[in-house]
Design a protein around this ligand. Structure first.
Ligand SMILES: [Zn+2]
Length: 253
């Protein structure tokens, strides 16, 4: 066996044209393995790119991760891949009404795990954006049996750090999955005829108490006022609070 973190370095050395013996000396990877890799270097690079930020010490793009975490907590799920072998498929259900958000989701996935093949699976009214990896449970330790609202959802300390640093992206992801921005139009009679007023507001709706708490905690940290609208629904309605959300969320697209 060899240290999997050496794999990338070995591929880079082979790619530079270094002799197998030298690469073996520098990485500890057996020469027979190196000869095999050298036969098809580009396929090996494809396999090594999606290294796990947790298992392989690869820095993760925190902005993209924070957004993706919001999407995952809203509309994502992780399941064993067919044939399994420790591989999981992460899928985020995106409504077909907002094609821009489908692209934003796919972008976030490939930024968080570069090199993974991101697929789009059509369902009635929605597109499931997803990819296969052994490491989804590392990236989303909230993965577990049953629906998210039937179990405790807690952020791991490293996720907490990311969300604290990138609260806007996290809120954006949550609203893009389980929220919306609506405009109430109201007509009032005036002395020069009817006048209409518009009241934009944001709603966020999720069955999990824990996920709603993550959302309102993130709003609190950003200084954005919110109100419990009903048991499962959080509303942001004050003009200045809506204006703050408009700076980084805005209508779905
Ligand atoms: Zn991992």
């Amino acid at each position: 066996m060899y240290d999997p973190r050496m794999r990338r370095q070995a591929l880079e050395l082979l790619n530079e044209g270094r002799p197998v013996a030298e690469v073996n000396r520098r990485t500890g990877i057996p020469t027979t393995t190196l000869y095999n890799w050298r036969k098809n270097l580009s396929a090996q690079f494809d396999r090594v790119l999606p290294m796990c930020p947790l298992c392989h010490d690869r820095p993760v793009d925190e902005t993209a991760y924070s957004y993706l975490l919001g999407l995952y907590l809203g509309d994502g799920h992780i399941a064993h891949a067919p044939g399994d072998k420790g591989v999981f498929r992460l899928e985020i259900a995106c409504s077909d009404v907002w094609p821009g958000l489908i692209d934003a989701c796919a972008d976030a996935l490939s930024t968080v795990m570069p090199g993974l093949k991101v697929g789009r699976r059509a369902c009635p009214g929605c597109t499931n954006v997803g990819a296969y990896s052994k490491h989804w449970p590392c990236l989303f330790p909230q993965h577990g049996p049953g629906m998210k609202h039937t179990r405790k959802i807690e952020l791991a300390p490293w996720q907490r750090t990311v969300v604290d640093r990138h609260g806007r992206e996290f809120v954006r992801g949550l609203i893009h999955s389980d929220g919306c921005r609506t405009t109430n139009r109201v007509r009032r009679p005036g002395k020069d005829g009817d006048r209409s007023y518009e009241y934009p507001r944001y709603f966020f709706s999720n069955a999990s108490d824990d996920i709603r708490k993550l959302y309102t905690d993130a709003l609190d940290a950003l200084g954005i006022a919110w109100k419990q609208n009903n048991a499962r629904n959080i509303s942001v309605a004050r003009a200045e609070a809506v204006a703050r959300l408009d700076e980084f969320v805005g209508p779905k697209y």
